[in-house]
Design a protein around this ligand. Structure first.
Ligand code: MG
Length: 391
């Protein structure tokens, strides 16, 4: 039996991970589960998984967590130190599934020799990718990509040398605005942005997918996780979301990673050892699908993708700024304070106003968090300037 901890156990990645664990009885012993604010949901997950330790990020939830765990005998804690302690508890495998910049410190705390980290937190790579991957190499931690696109690429690469790779391509569904004109996208409402065609995910990532900024963040992730330069990375729109990632080799061969759009598939791949696990998801039925479509992403209607690609070329400081500005902008959009078209304008202006001050890739978690903090202030400044915010 292998030991496993789950950071973000109550979110969509964590719930799907526990589903895969249940589908493969006798294979995993759950050590720690970590949640954000929902003490009841975390306690339920901990009891169902027979975890040894449950940690809640919100320190105010300790009483509720203790009460909900009752006489289960599961140890618990709350607050940032409890989360970091949970991440550092020795296990063979750890799922890093906390979303947002809040996931950075716990994911770094999970680095340990010989360990495997199944990485679903984007910010670790987007905000501190150079530092994180260097630390993983130094310590001998294996990083497994859990995001569906990167997981598909890793499977297609199959351990081959990057010297043989001509191009790595990630697919994007195109989101709910794929066929909309620019003006309609600019004025899109909250409810319209929150309808993802294929995946039920958190609000932030769903809005990010609608503007293709999510694909930009994923290209940045791919740059770090595969150690490949920006010029050999691109994205293609593929509405059916059956192909998730492709590797083109120097001899003209192309290998596609395909699966139904269900996170249990990449999760099962990350959790597997020598043999494949049960994911509960059948392989795609191509005859039933009839056809698969692909189209080039339109950077005029979806300028945030272009901004993310520019930031990737500029380096680690710029991608951290891009991420912070996007979080601030999406939060404002979800609160109804700005229109959809303002999101990319806030990102663009924040990149411009911070370009003079922040010019190096963070070399520690503290530096990454400092850049994030500065960029958030800048993004709020851009919003307060009156140049954007027209909702
Ligand atoms: Mg993805």
């Amino acid at each position: 039996m292998r030991t496993l901890s789950i950071l973000g156990a109550t979110g969509s990645i964590g719930r799907s991970t526990l589903e895969v664990v249940r589908a493969n009885p006798g294979q995993f012993r759950i050590i720690a589960v970590v949640g954000g604010h929902d003490a009841t949901a975390l306690a339920q997950a901990a009891v169902a998984a027979r975890a040894r330790f449950a940690a809640l990020a919100d320190p105010a939830g300790l009483g509720a967590l203790r009460a909900a765990l009752g006489s289960s005998g599961i140890a618990c804690g709350a607050g940032q130190q409890a989360v970091l302690d949970a991440a550092a508890m020795p296990t063979d495998l750890i799922v890093a599934g906390i979303s947002g910049i809040a996931g950075l410190k716990p994911t770094v705390a999970a680095l340990a020799p010989g360990r495997r980290i199944a990485l679903a937190n984007k910010e670790t790579l987007v905000c501190a990718g150079d530092f994180f991957m260097a630390e993983a190499r130094r310590l001998g931690t294996t990083i497994l990509p859990m995001d569906s696109e990167h997981n598909a690429v890793a499977q297609a690469l199959c351990g081959r040398s990057l010297a043989d790779v001509a191009r790595i391509t990630l697919t994007a569904s195109g989101g709910p605005f794929r066929t909309w004109d620019a003006e309609r996208i600019r004025k899109a409402r909250r409810e319209e942005a929150l309808t993802h065609p294929n995946y039920a995910m958190g609000a932030k990532i769903t809005v990010d997918s609608a503007g293709l900024v999510n694909k930009g963040l994923e290209l940045i992730e791919a740059h770090h996780i595969f150690g490949i330069e920006p010029d050999r990375l691109d994205a293609v729109i593929h509405p059916q979301q059956i192909v998730h990632g492709l590797v083109s080799f120097t001899d003209g061969s192309m290998i596609a990673g395909m699966a139904r759009p269900n996170m249990c598939v990449p999760i099962a791949d990350c959790l597997a050892a020598e043999r494949r696990l049960v994911s509960g998801v059948p392989a795609p039925d191509l005859a039933a699908l009839g056809g698969l479509g692909f189209e080039a992403p339109d950077l005029v209607r979806f300028p945030a993708l272009g901004l993310a690609m520019q930031a990737m070329r500029a380096g680690g400081h710029a991608t951290a700024v891009l991420n912070a500005a996007d979080e601030v902008a999406v939060e404002a959009f979800l609160a109804g304070a700005i229109c959809f078209g303002d999101i990319h304008r806030i990102i663009e202006e924040t990149l411009e106003v911070t370009a003079r001050d922040i010019m190096r890739s963070p070399s520690s978690v503290e530096e990454a968090l400092a850049i994030d903090h500065t960029a958030r202030i800048a993004a709020r400044g851009v919003m307060a300037s009156g140049r954007v915010g027209t909702a």
